[in-house]
Design a protein around this ligand. Sequence first.
Ligand SMILES: Cc1cc2nc3c(=O)[nH]c(=O)nc-3n(C[C@H](O)[C@H](O)[C@H](O)COP(=O)(O)OP(=O)(O)OC[C@H]3O[C@@H](n4cnc5c(N)ncnc54)[C@H](O)[C@@H]3O)c2cc1C
Length: 410
Amino acid sequence: MSDIGTIAIVGAGLAGVEAAGTLRSEGYDGRIVLFGDESQPPYLRPPLSKEYLRGEDALDKVFVHPESWYAEQRIELRLATRVIAIEPTTREVVLDDGRHTTFDHLLISTGASPRRLAIPGHDLSGVHYLRTLPDSDVLRAAVAGAHRVVVIGGGWIGSEVAASIRQLGLPVALIADGSVPLERVLGNEVGKVYRDLHEQHGVELITNQRAVAFHGRNEVEAVETADGRLIEGDLVVVGIGARPQTQLAAAAGLEVDDGILVDQHLETSVPGIFAAGDVASAWHPLLGSRLRVEHWDNARRQGRTAARNMLGRADPYVRIPYFYSDQFDLGMEYAGHAPAWDRVVFRGEPAGREFIAFWLRGGRVVAGMNANIWHVNDAIAALVGSGETAAVDRLVDPTVPLDELVAVVS
Ligand SMILES: Cc1cc2nc3c(=O)[nH]c(=O)nc-3n(C[C@H](O)[C@H](O)[C@H](O)COP(=O)(O)OP(=O)(O)OC[C@H]3O[C@@H](n4cnc5c(N)ncnc54)[C@H](O)[C@@H]3O)c2cc1C
């Protein structure tokens, strides 16, 4: 299978490294070059807001593979190397040192970068963002010297960081623009579970508010909210979402619209050039819509599918979106895609924090989340993927096995 020549991968994150490994495990024998602009070999980002940030996981646990693996797999890992242009016609990538590498097939897995909060005082020291391993190191060191922390953003990064820093013993205030944390993804019913969880662990929640300014001389001292309050803090973490890194693709003339547009095989508008992970906006044949997913599982699996398709397979990417989060003593997994829903029903008591929530639209389960209940997420994903109408009385009845719901819904 070496007749393809060179496969270049731009972006040495999870999607990129999974693609590289899959090329080899599928028997591809040709040249693989994996370009990454960070200095570290590919690593996992989820621990950066959880175990690694809290100092519970050592550095070796965050790397996807030991460094020796790349040589063993004959993967040319070019770290601290930024690709500054892609030339689709000459099939070349241009590097920041001026060199060019030709490719036969290309994967773009450039991920996403944090959205910045452009408000007065944004350049004060003590204002942090979290995306990279060095960001997490810097934040952990800053936590050690801080007295009071303000987290801006009630999404996944914000709420996980607030939980971790609170677990490290510091007072934490969390500013969220919704009425509860995680409202945008989970809605009010399930968001309330997170509100109660954070409050019970002593996080001060400031809801329905936006940050409008940072105050301080050289270092941040307080965050001003839209209602004029000053929330004191000598360390601020901003987690207000991420933007796909599409600049290279757009400049190369690939179709881009909130992500690099790819078909169900993860191929871009230019044949032989693929995209995967946070940066890809992929057509999902089962859900019948285009989706850009910023989650670990999606990066992993899209990287693998893109690799197989670069080798000539035509595997559609049909995985139901999946993600997980751990905050305090609440672990959860979520399967599905629910931009809108009619109602949420529960199997188990949300207040007891051991439950399954189902999001329903037009009688169908469009998403489900298991909280502190394990080994059920595949059944939930199958239910979502079936697209069948669900019987609510059976959904909420804990005596009905979940894997029987797919067969019996009508
Ligand atoms: C703090 C944190 C916690 C998270 N927790 C969870 C979680 O609990 N559960 C979950 O499901 N997901 C979680 N995620 C999301 C998950 O980590 C991402 O979805 C995943 O990392 C995406 O992988 P990727 O390979 O697409 O992109 P990335 O991991 O962003 O990798 C892309 C790489 O490409 C590099 N790059 C970009 N442009 C260039 C260029 N021009 N040249 C060379 N290299 C370039 C980037 O620097 C980066 O190293 C978390 C993310 C963060 C930041």
